[in-house]
Every structure is written in structure tokens, then in C-alpha cells.
Design a protein. Structure first.
Length: 82
């Protein structure tokens, strides 16, 4: 086999190995992200001081459109000095 072809094949194998390593790392990071999101959700639930039934009713209401969400926007005022 041609030396140049062998070199290219070798480089391709190295790149594929790097891709596999990066894909594995990406999968790990995805799992870690989900874990952290779940912890945040649990923290919010516990901090809401509601019963399990109330929380379930809230989620069901949201799924069916029965619970409106209102985003509160802070009004920013700018004062120009004269």
C-alpha cells in the first residue's frame, strides 16, 4: 500500500478515536446536566412549600392550559442627568 495512503488512514484513525472520546465526554456532560436540572427542580419543589397533591394539580393544570403563567418583568427606569 502507498505510504501516503497509510499516513492518511493512520490520521483518520486518530481523528476517529478523538471523535469517540469527545462523544463519550459529551454524553457524560449531558447526564451531568440532567442531574443538575433535576436537583434544581427538587429544590424548587421543596422551597415552594406545597403538598404533593397541590404540585401535581399545578402540573396537570399547566399541561392542559388551565394554569396561566405570567412573566413578571422588572421595569427599568433610566434617569438622565441634566
Amino acid at each position: 500500500m502507498n505510504a501516503k495512503i497509510k499516513k492518511v488512514i493512520g490520521e483518520m484513525e486518530k481523528v476517529q478515536a478523538k471523535i469517540n472520546d469527545l462523544q463519550a465526554r459529551l454524553d457524560e456532560l449531558g447526564k451531568e446536566k440532567i442531574k443538575l436540572e433535576n436537583l434544581e427542580i427538587i429544590s424548587l419543589y421543596r422551597g415552594a412549600n406545597v403538598t404533593e397533591a397541590e404540585f401535581k394539580a399545578f402540573l396537570e393544570g399547566h399541561r392542559t392550559g388551565g394554569v396561566p403563567f405570567v412573566l413578571q418583568q422588572q421595569e427599568e427606569t433610566y434617569h438622565e442627568e441634566v
